[in-house]
Design a protein around this ligand. Structure first.
Ligand code: IPM
Ligand code: MG
Length: 363
């Protein structure tokens, strides 16, 4: 099959980790007789440097016309980068939010699992780590606080800042359906996370989730308040299968979930709309502190490429091959430095490109 992939390498470690994902995709293409055609476009800081804006119409068009988008990461160091002297709507993150909205990527899937090979890298108590976990965070991505009206203005002699959290029934229903659909292919459990003891938007969220749940009698549904969910994630992560939640809660909980896998450099993500199209990116950030050093972990990006093969291209065997190659490399003891305990005896610490090579060779 021929598939067109628009590539946003982005900022920071983005170009390094995307290069390794391409290496692995090329190994897949060679083995399975596919052709992946890449088109590079700019977004975020790289786009600001060239065009003065973090997202151009051209980038949106090139993304839309592809079969899928593969992304690295965008953004820089907010304390030192000149990008953060610009007004908020011109900063790198505005590009990411803009493309999510422009492509209607309302469903953000963030799987977080503890590889048995990495249980020693899990910072939780040994008995919790040994039990393992395998969850999928289904984060709503185009609504809520991220996209509600905001302002900063002077009122009665002081500055007042406002952000608004808005959700409509239809926005909640479509993400809930995604969560229940994916739960049917997993362990058939959805835990919906909200703050229904305080927020109206959460009360509506709960009501609509229960309505959708009625269409999936095989799936167990329960509701958890977000503060409790943050606690349960480190107390007993094995209880979670599909975690359904709104945009901001999902942002926060997915970073927490990533840390208990041993490293944020391990977590892939898929952002989907109602078609086969998707944008695939690691859940971690641009890590400007280690950019250009060749030490970033490319596994999250490589696993994001696997998600692309599975969800957008229906290439399940090929996706399995990538995931299997990652597991193999980990079981052989190779680690990038971000993975907790990478310096232990018996393990081999490798850089970004070597990790990409090792995985590509095992396809
Ligand atoms: C993420 C990131 C983004 C978000 C930032 C960079 C805007 O943290 O993808 O989780 O908050 O969605
Ligand atoms: Mg985040």
């Amino acid at each position: 099959m021929v598939k067109n992939i628009t590539v946003i390498a982005g900022d920071g470690i983005g170009p390094e980790i995307v290069a390794e994902a391409r290496k692995v995709l090329d190994a897949v293409a060679a083995k399975y007789g596919h052709e992946f055609v890449y088109t590079d476009v700019l977004m975020g800081g790289a786009s600001i440097d060239k065009y003065g804006v973090p997202l151009t119409d051209e980038t949106i068009e090139k993304a839309k016309s592809a079969d899928a988008v593969l992304m690295g990461s965008i953004g820089g160091d907010a304390n030192t980068s000149p990008w953060y002297k610009l007004p908020p709507e011109k900063r790198p993150e505005a590009g990411l939010l803009g493309i999510r909205k422009a492509l209607n990527l309302f469903a953000n899937l963030r799987p977080a699992m503890l590889y048995p090979e990495l249980y020693k890298a899990c910072p939780l108590k040994e008995e919790v780590a040994e039990a393992g976990f395998d969850m999928l965070i289904m984060r709503e991505l185009t609504g809520g606080l991220y996209f509600g009206a905001r302002s900063t203005e002077e009122k009665n002699g002081e500055m007042v800042a406002t952000d608004t959290l808005v959700y409509s029934e239809s926005e909640i229903r479509r993400i809930a359906i995604k969560a229940f659909e994916v739960a049917m292919k997993r362990r058939k459990s959805v835990i919906s996370v909200d703050k229904a003891n305080v927020l109206d938007s959460s009360r509506l969220w709960r009501k609509i989730v229960n309505e959708v749940a009625a269409d999936y009698p095989e799936v167990t549904v329960s509701h958890m308040l977000v503060d409790n969910a943050a606690m349960q994630l480190v107390k007993d992560p094995a209880q979670f299968d599909v975690v359904l939640t709104e945009n901001m809660f999902g942002d926060i909980l997915s970073d927490e979930a990533s840390m208990i896998t041993g490293s944020i450099g391990m977590l892939p993500s898929a952002s989907l709309n109602d078609t086969k199209f998707g944008l695939y990116e690691p859940s971690g950030g641009s890590a400007p502190d280690i950019a250009g050093k060749g030490i970033a972990n490319p596994i999250a990006t490589i696993l994001s490429a696997a998600m692309m093969l599975r969800f957008s291209f229906d290439m399940d065997a090929e996706a399995d091959a990538i995931e299997g190659a990652v597991k193999k490399v980990l079981s052989e003891g190779y680690r990038t430095g971000d993975i907790l305990g990478a310096d232990a005896t018996g393990l081999t610490k490798v850089g970004t490109a070597a990790m990409g090579d090792l995985i590509a060779e095992r396809i």
